[in-house]
Design a protein around this ligand. Structure first.
Ligand code: ADP
Ligand code: MG
Ligand code: MG
Length: 301
């Protein structure tokens, strides 16, 4: 089981006189748990997610983000004793991803499905390669290149340990089944660009393929109609139930939480997590809005 542990995180915009945005965020997310991070606009939710990913726009001024790993987090891959705790703030974004942290990644908005399939396969192979380098300090590609082999990721040039084209097609099909995505999506996926809702579904599909320990989903519910919201929610639940992925679900609204029931709900205000509770906290927000939290927090201070 992996644990993402954020302690006393302070951060500011990485510019001269950049604004202080995070003022002491504490959060702990384990694989298999669903956490909802809620809060009014501008409270620092997206900043928190971007800093977890390693976005260069922010400078961490205090606090830490640790990732704790256990045997079994990478299936059969043994994790050396000295590679079980990682200071994420010292790692590059792709290294964080390789160790099992997922944030929906950017891709050219309108690339075709076939290219997308290749893109995902390349991302999966890069992740596995990077992970093994971090765990074991080996770089197979570099060794093979030195030995004079061509290691470029071309078809028919799949080296050992890499997921090849046919194997990936199988994996893709398996994951679409897991997420209950139908063949129609597969066809559209291969033939056409994505609608807004399909992009969100694709984000969940990415997470299914990369099998992260922890997935951070920032406003994956925004702009979805009710049908698509239910599809996306089904997928998120499958990530947790079938793959044991821990979910940090960032949302302004309570709506998606009816379909993806959180084990924990956290409320952010002015760059801090000011209140945590179970799913009933989200219902309370729905009834009373965020002002109630603000009053409670500032009266107590
Ligand atoms: P949320 O996701 O909760 O709506 P954000 O994390 O996006 O909030 O933003 C929190 C605050 O930090 C906002 O006031 C926003 O304007 C500011 N902010 C975030 N990123 C930047 C940036 N790169 N430059 C300047 N201000 C920023
Ligand atoms: Mg946001
Ligand atoms: Mg390599």
């Amino acid at each position: 089981m992996a644990t993402l542990e954020i302690t006393n995180l302070h951060a500011r915009v990485a510019e001269e006189d950049g604004e202080q945005i995070l003022r002491g965020v504490d959060l702990e997310v384990k694989s298999g748990e669903i956490h909802a991070l809620m809060g009014p606009n501008g409270s620092g939710k997206s900043t928190t997610s971007k800093i977890i990913a390693g976005h260069p726009a922010y400078e961490v001024t205090d606090g830490e983000i640790l990732l704790h790993l256990e045997e079994g987090d990478f299936g059969d891959v043994e994790i050396p004793e000295d590679a079980r705790t990682w200071n994420l703030l010292e790692l590059e974004p792709n290294e964080r991803a390789a160790l099992g942290i997922f944030l929906g990644f950017q891709y050219p908005a309108e690339i075709e499905g076939v290219t997308m399939t290749n893109f995902l396969r390349t991302a999966l192979n890069a992740k596995i390669d990077e992970r093994d380098e971090l765990l074991f300090g080996e770089d197979e590609d570099a060794e093979e290149e030195e030995a004079g082999y061509d290691t470029s990721p071309m078809e028919g040039n799949v080296d050992d340990g890499e997921v090849g084209v046919a194997e990936f097609q199988k994996l893709l099909k398996e994951k679409m089944d897991l997420l209950d995505m139908d063949e129609k999506f597969m066809q559209r996926y291969l033939n056409a660009g994505f609608s807004g809702g399909e992009k969100k579904q694709n984000e969940v599909l990415q997470a299914a393929i990369l099998e992260p320990s922890i997935a951070v989903l920032d406003e994956i519910d925004s702009g979805l109609d009710i049908d698509r919201l239910q599809d996306v929610s089904k997928g998120i639940n499958a990530l947790r139930d079938e793959q044991g992925t821990g979910i940090l679900q960032i949302t302004h609204y309570q709506r998606i939480l009816e379909y993806v029931e959180p084990d924990y709900v956290h409320i952010m205000l002015d760059g801090k997590v000011v209140k945590s509770g179970d799913a009933s906290l989200a219902s309370e927000l729905e009834d009373k809005g965020y002002d109630w939290v603000r009053e409670e927090v500032y009266e107590a201070a």
